[in-house]
Design a binder for this molecule. Structure first.
Ligand SMILES: Nc1ncnc2c1ncn2[C@@H]1O[C@H](COP(=O)(O)OP(=O)(O)O)[C@@H](O)[C@H]1O
Ligand SMILES: [Mg+2]
Length: 329
């Protein structure tokens, strides 16, 4: 059974445009199939439909067309069951500022019908998991923004949900807190087979964390795959950098005589960047020859395209006409 499955998932919002009723297609025919214990990252620019997708999947927004199942449960027919088996961190979570962290967590645990005798242990577990300090008995309002976000993430998991939706979980976190959150997500998916669905802008995070990435633009999925598969879309743009202890223009000649595409020469850094068509085959040959010629080479490095480069290119090349706003007659 899939953790998340959607078919033609579509959401139109009613809006007013030039004083007339209209609708805006925020999510447009998404077909997703996410296995248990995956960490799926939905990437996309602002307004591309990430938050709407998350809300549809968490059973708090009704699809206009199509549908979705979470662990086999229909997000419309079985909405209340869906809400009980999913965790949701919203984009701008709010805590009860005057309640302590512990009271906040206890309150939500009761809402989710966590058995009374389990609440205390569950809270302790989450506090340890997310490295929340002794501040647990202070009013939530007195905590830093980052700390509140960690409490909100812990809160989304209070009822031990097998499927967890996190909408930009680390956007407001300092690097060390973001790392704690990332590490715990990895741990929870590996050891406890929980499924995570993350919306993020952070490509570094997506690259580190995700089993698969989906790129969404104007509500449509425009690309999907493992980070490696996505990076491989631009594999032919890999460059190779050679660095030397001492620079000499004969090095340049060496590459030019052999008709390599020289992309950059930097005498100050004593480096030259070239494009090699068949990296695996040609690189060892070049290294051999450079050594034979006694060039004092000390570094060879391939610069592979990053997920960021692939993402930016995919999103920016998408100049789809914005025909998603249709007037109602
Ligand atoms: N409640 C709403 N009413 C009308 N339009 C909305 C509403 N929520 C979001 N939208 C619009 O839907 C589109 C997708 O928004 P959203 O899902 O928030 O995208 P993202 O999370 O990727 O930034 C945007 O054009 C946004 O303005
Ligand atoms: Mg959003």
């Amino acid at each position: 059974m899939l953790a998340v499955e959607t078919r033609n998932l579509t959401k139109d919002y009613d809006i007013k445009k030039d004083g007339k009723r209209a609708h805006l297609r925020a999510v447009d025919g998404l077909d997703l199939a996410i296995e248990k214990s995956e960490i799926y990252c939905l990437l996309g620019p602002n307004g591309s439909g990430k938050t709407t997708t998350t809300r549809l999947l968490a059973g708090i927004l009704r699809p206009s067309v199509g549908g979705a199942r979470i662990l086999g449960l229909d997000v419309v027919e079985d909405a209340s069951q869906v809400r009980s088996i999913v965790g949701l961190l919203t984009e701008t979570p709010a805590l009860y500022e005057r309640l302590t962290v512990r009271q906040n967590l206890t309150f939500i645990a009761n809402l989710y019908d966590v058995p009374k005798e389990e609440i205390k242990t569950r809270i302790e577990e989450l506090i340890n998991l997310f490295d929340l300090p002794e501040k647990i008995d202070l009013p939530a309002g007195s905590l830093s923004k980052g700390m509140r976000q960690k409490v909100a993430i812990a809160r989304s998991m209070i009822h031990d949900p097998p499927v967890i939706f996190l909408d930009e979980p680390t956007a407001s976190l300092a690097p060390e807190s973001a790392k704690v959150v990332r590490d715990q997500i990895l741990k929870l998916s590996k050891l406890e087979k929980r499924t995570f669905f993350l919306c993020t802008h952070n490509l570094f995070e997506a690259e580190r964390l995700s089993t698969r990435v989906g790129i969404i633009n104007h509500g449509k999925l425009i690309s999907e795959g493992t980070p490696t598969q996505l990076r491989d879309l631009k594999k032919d743009e890999t460059t190779t950098v050679f660095r030397f202890a001492v620079w000499d223009d004969v090095i340049k000649n060496f590459f030019q005589e052999r008709n390599y595409d020289v992309l950059d020469i930097n005498p100050e850094r004593k480096s030259i960047s070239i494009f090699i068509r068949e990296i695996e085959k040609e690189t060892p040959t070049i290294i051999d020859e450079l050594i034979k010629q006694n060039f004092p080479m000390f570094e060879v490095r391939h610069e592979y395209p990053t997920l960021e480069r692939v993402y930016l290119e995919l999103v920016m090349s998408e100049n789809l006409p914005r025909n998603q706003e249709e007037e109602e007659s």
